[in-house]
Each structure stands twice: as C-alpha cells, then as structure tokens.
Design a protein around this ligand. Structure first.
Ligand SMILES: NC(=O)c1ccc[n+]([C@@H]2O[C@H](COP(=O)([O-])OP(=O)(O)OC[C@H]3O[C@@H](n4cnc5c(N)ncnc54)[C@H](OP(=O)(O)O)[C@@H]3O)[C@@H](O)[C@H]2O)c1
Length: 330
C-alpha cells in the first residue's frame, strides 16, 4: 500500500495519538481547519468529548494503549485507512505497565516500523534538550524513542518543541501560569538555562502543516524540527512576564538552593504532585532553546506572542535572539 499515491482531492486521513491531550487537541483542531479527516487515538475514547474542541466531536476515535502496542503487528489494526500518524503521546509519571520505556520508546519504535511496512507517514512529538547527558529516566526514554525513529527507515519526522504556553489548559502551562501569579517566586539557584516558550496553537498548526508533506524524511533519516517562541529568556524573566499580565507589582524572587530544588523534584515524582519532575530540574539547568528555530518557517509567519511578549525583531528569519536581548511588549 503506498500512501503517497492518494487520489488528488481526497482528504488526508490523520490519526492523532494522544489527540485528547494538550498538544494533541490543538493538532486535531489545526488538522480539521486545514481540511484533513481526523481520527483521535486515546486510552479512553468514550471520555474524549469534554476534552476535544467542539469541531472535533464528530471525529472517529480509536482505542490505543501504548503499553500494549509494543510490536509492529500490534499496531497494524489501529493504522487501517490512515495516511498519516501524529504522535502526541507522553507521560510525566509512570503507572503500572505504563512505563517511560514502553510509552516513549518501545511503542513509538514499533509504531515507526509498522508505518514503514504499511506506508503511513509519522510525525513524532518529542522535546528539546535530550542531547545532553541526563540521568532522568523520563528524558532518557524520550531520547531512546528518537533514536529508534532515526533507525527505523520510516517516512517520519521528529518535532521538538520548547516549553508550551496557553491561556487555558495544559497541566504544565496552567501550573506555571498559576505559580507566576504568586507574590513570591521560588527559583532554583541552578535554573540558569534559557527557555523560548511557544504558544501551543502555533505547535498545532506546525504539526498540521507537517502532516500534509508527502516526505518527512531526508535520505531515509527523519527530518528534525526544533521549535521555540520568539524570545529566549530565563525562568525568572518568564515568570515575571506571566505575572505582569495580571499584576503591576513584581513578585519577590527567592533563590532555592539547587540541592533543595532537586530534592523537591524527587518528592514531586514520588508523590505524583505538580508537573515539576527530576527531568524538568535537569532541563532547567541548561539552555532549552532550539539550535535553529524552525517554527517561523513552518508557520510562514512569526510565532504568536507568549506572555504578552512579541517576537524579537528579525524573528521571521530562523533563529533566536541572542541571550540578554530585552523582551518587547506586544
Ligand atoms: N506540554 C509541554 O510544555 C511540552 C513541551 C515539549 C514537549 N512536550 C511533550 O509532548 C508530549 C505530550 O505533551 P502534552 O503536554 O500534550 O501532554 P498531555 O496533555 O498529558 O497529553 C498526553 C496524551 O498522551 C496520552 N497517553 C498517555 N499515556 C498513554 C498510553 N499509555 N497510551 C496511549 N496514550 C497515552 C493521553 O491520552 P488519553 O488520556 O486520551 O489516553 C494524553 O492525552 C509529551 O511527550 C511531552 O513530554 C510537552
């Protein structure tokens, strides 16, 4: 079956795995807006209605449990009548059989092989910052997943977004916005890295644009896209910018010793509370910026402002402003 030779005019059928999640539902909305037919993959298809945008209520739904989809053969029934798969599945914490390795590595590896055999294209959402040495099992499993895709020979690409922001929704995004409102900002002393948060709607649009491309690989290797918003800034400046949306009074920044922040990250992992994890503590310690920001090129425009901060001048050209460039208000 060759999915590249679809009759002209026929709508592409796209399966969005994790389509009820933060990234997934924005991908679903953007795919529908661009005229594609969408199937939503979820562990609980019957509970999707309240998580999906209204325009997606009529979409087909498929039950997918990554922890059980560990061979290409297991994937084949889920891929029937599908041209493109967009994988937006991820877990922050392990539960029972849903381990980091199964969800981020082994299932996507089997999926890529199934796509290679049956001709689907695959857009895989990963994350920035996986190249540096890391100890977190969460990050290592995502890096392993990327490696498996690189070796798969499938017509696929890897998309690595920076931290995501949205006015509403998203476990991590909503938590950061809530914390930013507090009058005191507790900042790990070693959170020295810069981030380039982007609007989740821009990511959805970029994923939909990629789904339309007939080729996602280059000479048998997945194309890799690193995406960020228009400004590079420290966590401290990012929280200050988010707070300034609600209050004129700046928060009091308080430094938390690195060891204490690390201990807190382990406690959060153990108790399954807050989106702060050991992996995030590791990520915060170094820059978490795209090497080359592909977002403007994928969108054909500047990224949306995040936290009221407009992209720096020149952002339509790929790349990010040099660290230390003053944020500009939209
Ligand atoms: N949010 C960010 O700032 C950000 C930034 C960069 C990268 N990322 C990465 O992007 C991915 C998605 O992030 P997100 O913020 O959209 O997370 P999310 O809102 O938690 O969505 C993840 C989705 O994965 C699905 N899922 C979880 N376990 C599954 C399993 N065992 N089998 C099948 N589906 C499963 C869930 O679908 P159901 O509940 O419907 O089954 C859920 O909708 C993650 O890998 C994350 O690391 C996120």
């Amino acid at each position: 079956m060759d999915k590249l030779s679809k009759p002209a005019g026929a709508a592409l059928r796209v399966l969005v795995l994790g389509g009820g999640g933060f990234i997934g539902r924005h991908a679903v909305g953007a795919l529908l807006a661009q005229g594609m037919t969408v199937e939503v993959g979820s562990r609980h298809p019957s509970r999707l209605a309240r998580r999906l945008p209204a325009e997606a209520h009529a979409c087909g739904r498929r039950a997918v449990h990554f922890e059980h989809l560990l061979t290409p053969e297991a994937w084949l029934p889920s891929l029937q009548d599908v041209d493109v798969v967009v994988n937006c599945v991820g877990i922050l914490r392990q539960r029972g059989r849903e381990t980091y390795q199964r969800v981020h590595h082994l299932a996507p590896a089997a999926l890529a092989e199934a796509c290679r055999r049956s001709g689907q294209r695959l857009v895989h959402v990963s994350a920035l910052g996986l190249q540096a040495p890391m100890r977190s099992g969460f990050l290592r499993s995502k890096a392993d997943g990327e490696l498996a895709l690189r070796r798969s020979g499938a017509n696929c690409c890897i998309v690595r977004p920076s931290l995501l922001d949205a006015e509403r929704g998203g476990y991590g995004a909503a938590w950061i916005r809530r914390v930013a409102r507090w009058p005191v900002h507790a900042l790990p002393a070693d959170a020295a890295g810069l981030i380039a948060a982007l609007d989740v709607r821009d990511l959805g649009e970029a994923l939909a644009g990629l789904a339309r491309r007939p080729r996602l690989d280059h000479g048998g290797r997945p194309c890799e896209f690193e995406l960020g918003g228009g400004q590079a800034m420290s966590l401290r400046d990012y929280l200050a910018a988010l707070r300034s949306l609600h209050s004129r009074r700046p928060a009091l920044p308080v430094q938390v010793p690195g060891w204490l922040a690390r201990l807190a990250s382990h406690a959060c992992d153990l108790l399954h509370v807050t989106p702060f994890s050991f992996g995030h503590w590791e990520l915060l310690r170094r820059d978490n910026l795209p090497l080359h920001n592909d977002l403007p090129a994928l969108l054909g425009r500047a990224p949306r402002p995040v936290a009221g901060i407009a992209p720096a001048q020149g952002m339509l050209a790929p790349g990010l402003p040099a660290p230390g460039v003053q944020p500009q208000r939209a």
